[in-house]
Ligand binder design. Structure first.
Ligand SMILES: Cc1ncc(COP(=O)(O)O)c(C=O)c1O
Length: 425
């Protein structure tokens, strides 16, 4: 059976929801669509960085601006009430999406990075001290790695790293020694944005809880493309970003177990998060508003709920199957070229991305050549510098897939990589 025949849904119908996929590239970025040369079909394989936005999400956001644009929580007037209902309901939609018990466990943030900082500042600065440790993995994104590293410096807590094996897996034997009775927080990425490794979060949660530690799952690369349920994973915190799951930029989610969030002090102070203020003191709003100071990203929150509905309609099981299909195909085809080193676990054990290097071609040069073919990939350290150092390279190229990608697009990638390799031979 051909790979296309194994698609779990009608990819062409999905593509119709994303007008940006119809555009061509190749012209002057200062004057897109105007000059000569702007005629190469776009092959967008940079989805781990940001996914595109389907019509229903754009519609939901423009509907807010066109028909009920107003501030939330504050007004008695009709528009403000409508905006408040939509914005608050967006929290319910997200709660249901990830198996949280309700909106009180869903804090809207700017992105995953802000969610991580919220916990690090509001919980970490209060709770950590000398003698404590925080356990990360060597494959953490800088959003988690830098944040806990700096909170460690400020509090005197030790920051430990679970080792990554030669084949890009988390060393669970090492995890069992690093997590001990002095561990206060385990913060591990669910799906690695560089290696594609799918980490055993539930197993880590059990280990963490056996030692009375909390656990935070960085789900930026998992919530968009596979079923994720916070109750099944038994995590205390989990974070993801709207812009990596067909939603808008400027909106992310922090899930927090209600009892833990309740015990935490606010991260940002100001309007909207207070209940009563005197010149001497203040009290806080209920969850989750205690953690959403100031005017929030209203249109983006509403857009995120529309993205959740879109992803649900396609089906997370099916998105996972589609990404696995493309990632396996890309892995095998790139490997078959020869002279390509692929990082991370084998093809059938990874999320929907492939990071690699081509012998004799710097990842940035490769990305630049691929751009001439209309193929958009990422080149660099993917915000995992220490992991790249461990891999013995400064940079890698990364192709990453989403619902709308096709086998033909993987072929375009592989052909362009082959041409680049030959050019530098
Ligand atoms: C695994 C992982 N964590 C965190 C982030 C940070 O996401 P954001 O830039 O939306 O805060 C990313 C983004 O690339 C990621 O891949």
């Amino acid at each position: 059976m051909g790979v296309q025949e194994q698609y779990p849904f009608d990819v062409e119908a999905i593509r119709d929801d994303f007008p940006i996929l119809q555009r061509s590239v190749g012209g002057d970025p200062e004057t897109p669509g105007e000059g000569p040369g702007d005629d190469t079909p776009l092959v967008y394989l940079d989805n781990a960085a940001t996914t595109h936005t389907p019509e229903p999400v754009v519609e939901a956001m423009s509907d807010y601006y066109r028909t009920y644009n107003s501030n939330v929580h504050r007004g008695i007037h009709q528009l403000s009430q409508e905006a408040s209902v939509a914005y608050e309901k967006a929290h319910d939609t997200v709660a249901e999406f990830i198996g949280a018990s309700g909106r009180e466990e869903i804090v809207f943030t700017k992105n995953t990075t802000e969610a991580m900082n919220l916990v690090a500042y509001a919980w970490g600065l209060e709770e950590l001290g000398p003698g404590d440790n925080v356990v990360l993995s060597e494959m953490e994104h800088h959003a988690s790695l830098v944040t806990w590293q700096q909170i460690g410096k400020r509090t005197g807590a030790e920051v430990r790293f679970i080792e990554v094996t030669e084949d890009g897996r988390l060393d669970m034997a090492d995890a069992a020694t690093k997590i001990d009775d002095d561990t206060e927080m385990v913060s591990v990425v669910h799906v690695s944005n560089t290696l594609g490794t799918i980490n055993p979060i539930r197993e880590l949660a059990d280990l963490a809880h056996d030692h009375d530690s909390l656990i935070f799952a960085d789900a930026a690369q998992s919530v968009p493309n596979r079923p994720v349920d916070v109750a099944d994973l038994d995590v205390d915190f989990l974070a993801f970003s709207g812009h990596k799951m067909a939603g808008p930029t400027g909106i992310g989610v922090l899930y927090g177990r209600e009892a833990v969030l309740d015990a935490m002090s606010p991260y940002l102070y100001g309007g909207d998060m207070i209940r009563r203020v005197t010149f001497e003191d203040s009290t806080w709003e209920d969850l989750p508003w205690k953690f959403e100071a100031g005017t929030p990203s209203i249109a983006e929150g509403i857009g995120l709920a529309a993205a959740v509905e879109y992803v649900e309609e396609v089906g997370r099981d099916r998105i996972e199957a589609h990404e696995r299909l493309l990632a396996e195909y890309a892995y095998e085809e790139l490997e078959a070229l020869g002279g390509v080193e692929i990082y991370g676990p084998p093809a059938d054990e990874r999320g929907g991305l492939v990071a690699f290097n081509v012998d004799g071609v710097h990842a940035h040069d490769l990305s630049s050549i691929l751009n001439d073919y209309g193929v958009a990939i990422r080149a660099g350290d993917h915000c995992t510098q220490p992991l790249h150092e461990k891999m013995g390279v400064a940079a890698s190229a990364r192709a990453s897939f989403y619902v709308y990608n096709t086998v033909e697009e993987v072929d375009a990638l592989v052909d362009a990589v082959a041409d680049a390799r030959d050019l530098f031979a």
